[in-house]
Design a protein around this ligand. Structure first.
Ligand SMILES: Cc1cc2nc3c(=O)[nH]c(=O)nc-3n(C[C@H](O)[C@H](O)[C@H](O)COP(=O)(O)OP(=O)(O)OC[C@H]3O[C@@H](n4cnc5c(N)ncnc54)[C@H](O)[C@@H]3O)c2cc1C
Length: 411
């Protein structure tokens, strides 16, 4: 496959416009801590300002239609934005997200009504709203359909009760604008056909937020408890009792279905660079053939993930025919790679990789963070469940037939 980017004068002018914008709003030096848990609310708010600036230009959601607040830009310009923002993020000079999360938009784009999209998708694409994805419960993670949270219709509101865990990113004492919340709306209904999705306003009476102190995460994490929260009925997303489809569309996006122009995790490249000059027991790491082999193996795995990201992107854009298992395959590859990276770091750098002292740590804390994150592979589904999803997509096993029957029954 040829992944070369064919540029034109107009595209180079656009790239220049993007670079000028970035330099106007980025920090002059590397100040963004690699560990999102070390970012405080003041830093977060700087990010929100940047996100809103991007939203105003249509660059926070460049490929989405203009009528919903997106940029309506072609693929080439989307790629340019992704590449240029990747560079400034790599330099740790940019606060905030640089693109809307498909984890938050996948469900409403796929299952939302026109009216819901106009009202609520727009708020996300312009970055006016920031929300928590509230799916996981203390007793329902992988087995999402066993959720206990309820939302029972009472006139023009739904009365919401339940607890969600491991959600959000905002540093305390920040609060989200909305909760993307799944709940049982028909307690007597059959499994998968009794759930609805909501964008609950984040400040309603009865919502409590408890900050979770996790060893490692991709941001600050929260437990959110709803007690008799009266959520306006027009905050329903999709159709009542068809929330399973909304959730599935979200997970499809979350499992890498949309692909990626730039690889998400460049740690392997940073590690290789670091090892060019790092020493172990007085000897240069790069001179040890065993360490070199380990690093080359990681590099190959990195390239596999990068190319699959491109391939999935091309499929999602309709450039090549879509195959159903590829998003999950890429997510699974990343999840299986993460502990391997951790082991290689441990072997090459020894105890040094555990140090978080600002004067002594490797790669300004990136290595120590990678070690803590190495086994956190359950975000958006554990490797075991990714394998089950892949086999379903391939039509393998009894569960594939059951899933097909469930999905046909829910239509
Ligand atoms: C850092 C972090 C960020 C997160 N962010 C969010 C978020 O923003 N929003 C949100 O809603 N959730 C979030 N989560 C929750 C995440 O989605 C869940 O942890 C995940 O779905 C697994 O659920 P669980 O932790 O309850 O584990 P369980 O489902 O209890 O699984 C426990 C073990 O059993 C295995 N297992 C379970 N079922 C099967 C099966 N059928 N076959 C084989 N093995 C099985 C699992 O693979 C795992 O090893 C986050 C989690 C973490 C750690």
């Amino acid at each position: 496959m040829d992944f070369g980017f064919v540029s034109t004068k107009e595209l180079e002018e656009f790239r220049e416009e993007v670079r000028t914008f970035i330099e106007e709003h980025a920090e002059k030096t590397s100040v963004v801590p690699p560990d999102p848990n070390k970012r405080d609310l003041e830093m977060w708010n700087k990010g929100r300002e940047n996100e809103k600036l991007l939203g105003a230009k249509g660059w926070f959601a460049p490929g989405y239609p203009k009528e919903y607040g997106g940029g309506g830009l072609d693929i080439d310009r989307c790629v340019i934005l992704a590449e240029e923002f990747d560079k400034v993020r790599e330099e740790r000079r940019w606060w905030g997200y640089t693109e809307v999360s498909t984890i938050m938009t996948g469900g409403i784009v796929s299952q939302g009504t026109e009216e819901q999209k106009k009202k609520y998708l727009t708020k996300q694409l312009t970055s006016e709203w920031y929300g928590f994805q509230c799916f996981t419960e203390p007793e329902a993670g992988t087995d999402e359909a066993s959720m206990k949270a309820t939302a029972i219709r009472d006139g023009d509101v739904y009365v919401v009760n339940g607890t969600k865990v491991f959600v959000g990113h905002i540093p305390p004492p920040g609060r989200p604008d909305f909760l993307y919340w799944l709940a049982v709306t028909n307690p007597d209904g059959p499994r998968h056909q009794n759930i609805s999705a909501f964008f609950i306003p984040g400040d309603l009476p009865g919502i409590r937020y408890a900050h979770l102190d996790l060893i490692a995460a991709e941001g600050h994490k929260w437990e959110v408890i709803c007690e008799n929260v009266r959520c306006p009925a027009d905050r329903l997303i999709g159709v009542e009792n068809k929330g399973w489809l909304v959730g599935q569309a979200t997970l499809d996006a979350e499992h890498g279905g949309g692909g990626a122009v730039v690889p998400r995790n460049k740690l392997i490249l940073h590690l290789i660079d670091y090892c060019k000059t790092a020493k172990r027991n007085g000897k240069l790491v790069r001179e040890d053939p065993r360490y070199r082999d380990l690093l080359v193996q990681l590099y190959i795995e990195y390239q596999v993930g990068r190319l699959w990201g491109f391939r999935n992107f091309a499929m999602a854009q309709g450039n090549i025919p879509r195959v159903r298992y590829t998003g999950t395959q890429t997510a699974l590859h990343g999840k299986l790679l993460s502990p391997k990276v951790g082991k290689v770091i441990m072997e090459i750098l020894g105890a040094h990789c555990l140090i978080d002292n600002p004067d002594l740590r490797a790669l300004e804390g990136e290595i120590e963070l990678a070690i803590r994150l190495a086994d956190v592979t359950h975000i958006a589904g554990t490797p075991e469940t990714q394998k089950i999803q892949m086999s379903r997509a391939l039509g393998l096993g009894r569960s594939a037939i059951q899933a097909m029957q469930a999905s046909q029954a829910s239509r």
